[in-house]
Ligand binder design. Structure first.
Ligand code: GEK
Length: 243
């Protein structure tokens, strides 16, 4: 995907809460690649997992799809017959651009883009559900119910892929992972000002939990196996399997 350079926080400003608006959607591919360690690796591996777990006549959900990277990766790898990919985002700026990208790609497996809150979507007959860095933006009190709905909508043998920014259990370990992440951003060309203003804008809306908290919630929902398959600094991706 073509992308403009993210310079949103390059000038001193009155920082307000981060929003997935037009300005962010415009620079999103550049922003996420320079901010999330391993983003391309994660997206491609999710596509491979989709290829492996998609069953004939099933649905694949991409919740919080942004510009559709996960849906497009799934479409690239899925060979099962008669699958549908459903991509959902409640940001109009994201969903509109996502629909354009999907149209330009012409995948064998159809991708339907919906602009709505993911909580309004019925998850049914699913072989795969993905939340790639989306749950972290949802009110913590709502998270148990969302994960339960996903579990209930998955067919046996189906998988839920959950990627999240993590908080480490100890303060010392947490600070270390944050430092390593900020160094990653510096090396990708972000200035100290950009790093600190972005941190300020996102701290109220991105509520990170520990791996242990995610694992407990997933197990309580019914997932038999919770596999941490990727971690770099404080960014991780989990596959939860419903047997
Ligand atoms: C990727 N998965 O490129 N309902 C629907 N969408 C939501 C909601 C909600 N309640 N809350 C937030 N979003 C993508 C990256 S970005 C991650 C996901 C990031 C959407 C929000 O509008 C945004 O597009 C996305 O979740 C999170 O693989 O920016 O760090």
């Amino acid at each position: 995907m073509q992308s403009s350079k993210d310079a949103i926080y390059s000038q001193p400003q009155q920082v307000s809460d981060f929003r997935f608006d037009d300005t962010v959607a415009e620079v999103f591919p550049d922003m996420i690649q320079r901010s999330v360690p391993g983003y391309n690796t994660i997206v491609d591996a999710i596509g491979q997992l989709a290829g492996r777990y998609a069953t004939n006549n099933s649905n694949i959900y991409d919740l919080g799809c942004s510009l559709g990277a996960v849906s497009l990766a799934a479409a690239k790898y899925v060979v099962a017959d008669n699958c549908s990919i459903i991509a959902i985002d409640n940001s109009e700026a994201m969903a509109q651009r996502c629909a354009r990208h999907v149209k330009a790609y012409k995948a064998n497996t159809p991708i339907k883009v919906i602009c709505d809150d993911l909580q309004n979507i019925d998850i049914e007959n699913a072989s795969i559900v993905v939340m790639n860095f989306t749950l972290q933006f949802i009110e913590p009190a709502l998270r148990d119910q969302i994960i339960q709905t996903i579990y209930d909508g998955l067919a046996p043998g189906g998988i839920f892929i959950l990627s999240e920014k993590l908080r480490h259990v100890s303060e010392q370990g947490n600070e270390l992972l944050i430092d390593l992440h900020h160094e990653f951003k510096r090396r990708n060309g972000y200035s100290e000002l950009e790093i600190s203003q972005k941190r300020e804008s996102i701290e109220n809306i991105l509520r990170a939990e520990t791996f242990e908290a995610h694992q407990t919630r997933l197990r309580n929902a019914g997932f038999d196996d919770v596999v941490l398959w990727f971690q770099c600094f404080n960014f991780a991706s989990i596959v939860a399997i419903k047997n």
